[in-house]
Design a binder for this molecule. Structure first.
Ligand SMILES: *Cc1c(COP(=O)(O)O)cnc(C)c1O
Length: 363
């Protein structure tokens, strides 16, 4: 077996050890004579897998007891509608901070349901920074404040958690969950599509403070039952058949992360990986990254080549060298190396070496 280094933004690299374990258990899960995919989601076997996954995530993130953990479907994008449907609770307005393409998508969807106050936007500098706390224009009557702590496309990260007073803070943590320790109690709700730092695509993890679970009569009229956080919470995320295999595999990733020493340990590695790559880019006159230094993502590192005419050659040669999926998002071009938890430090070292050689022969 040869495993390339995969820098895809999502679906992204998974730990090889996790894939090997899943392979081992694929046809006959723990001697039961069937795969996890073929089991009832209500069997005691699957329920134990599901509960362990939740407990491991709670341990990893130190999630307080007054928060529910939901394993939902429809990716992170479905949350863009579920959030207003569940969290407006009779109010007509929400605050959104706009720092890039994912913020914009969340805002466009929220506008279908309520007045959106843009508390700050960095569009004027082409989304190359995050606003500071004193640049936020928050409304006292907002139902919640939404932001994206790590913009996956622009590679922009907040270096602080916004203070929103009593207004619940909602965070799209899709591309940075479990990459560094965060204080969950600062948030009303955290959500993350699984395919970046958790597991297979389709699953979305929602961590929500219990007092925000709206009853049916507090939901926006016409909200589908399947879109209710309270229904999901009351049914242990099994109101219908959940994506059992994705849930199981995410559980294996959580176990793996615990074996690595947990979030604090992986965060040290993540910061070191990112620092190396940014130092190399900053020290070169061939590559560039436009993001303000204190707002640089440690998960997604976009960069450009001195001459965009070399992009195609760079991509072809990096792929041939076993460094996959380095093309930037279709909306911005250039390159992007996503260096999530499962991308080993050796992958970053190999990338830097390739970039140095490419620059030397192309300059
Ligand atoms: C990938 C991503 C999404 C979209 O996730 P889907 O599961 O494809 O809906 C949303 N927000 C952020 C920050 C992302 O990185």
């Amino acid at each position: 077996m040869t495993r390339a280094f995969n820098f895809c933004a999502g679906p992204a690299a998974l730990p090889t050890a996790v894939l090997e374990r899943a392979q081992q258990e694929m046809a006959d899960w723990q001697g039961k004579g069937l795969s996890i995919m073929e089991m009832s989601h209500r069997s005691k076997e699957f329920v134990s897998v599901a509960e362990k996954a939740e407990q491991d995530l709670r341990d990893l993130m130190q999630i307080p007891d007054n928060y529910k953990v939901l394993f939902m479907q429809g990716g992170a994008s479905s949350q863009f509608s579920m959030i207003p449907m569940n969290l407006l609770r009779g109010k007509g307005k929400a605050d959104y901070i706009c720092t890039g393409q994912w913020s914009k998508k969340a805002i466009a969807e929220a506008k279908r349901y309520c007045d959106v106050n843009i508390a700050a936007t960095t569009e004027a500098n082409n989304f190359t920074s995050a606003p500071s706390q004193d640049e936020l224009t928050l409304s006292a009557d907002a139902a919640y404040v939404h932001y994206c702590p790590n913009e996956t496309i622009g590679g922009v990260k907040f270096d602080y958690i916004p203070d929103t007073g009593d207004v619940p803070l909602v965070a799209d943590y899709s591309s940075a969950i479990l990459s560094e320790d965060i204080d969950v109690s600062r948030f009303g709700m955290i959500y993350a599509g699984a395919q970046k730092n958790i597991g297979p695509a389709g699953l979305c993890v929602v961590i929500i403070r219990e007092d925000l679970l709206a009853d049916a009569d507090a939901m926006l009229a016409g909200t589908p039952t399947m879109f209710s956080y309270k229904v999901a919470a009351d049914n242990g995320s099994m109101y219908n058949t959940p994506p059992t295999y994705s849930w199981y595999l995410s559980g294996l990733v959580f176990e793996w992360l615990k074996q690595q020493g947990g979030v604090a340990a992986i965060a040290d590695i993540n910061r070191r990986k990112a620092q190396k790559l940014y130092d190399f880019i900053d020290g070169s006159d061939f590559y560039a990254n436009p993001v303000a230094k204190h707002n640089r993502s440690i998960m997604n590192v976009p960069f450009t080549l001195k001459d965009a005419a070399l992009d195609k050659t760079f991509l072809a040669e990096s792929e041939a060298a076993g460094l996959l999926n380095l093309a930037g998002h279709r909306s911005v071009g250039g390159m992007r190396a996503s260096i999530y938890n499962a991308v080993p430090e050796a992958g970053v070292d190999a990338l830097i070496q390739f970039m140095a050689e490419f620059a030397a022969k192309s300059s």
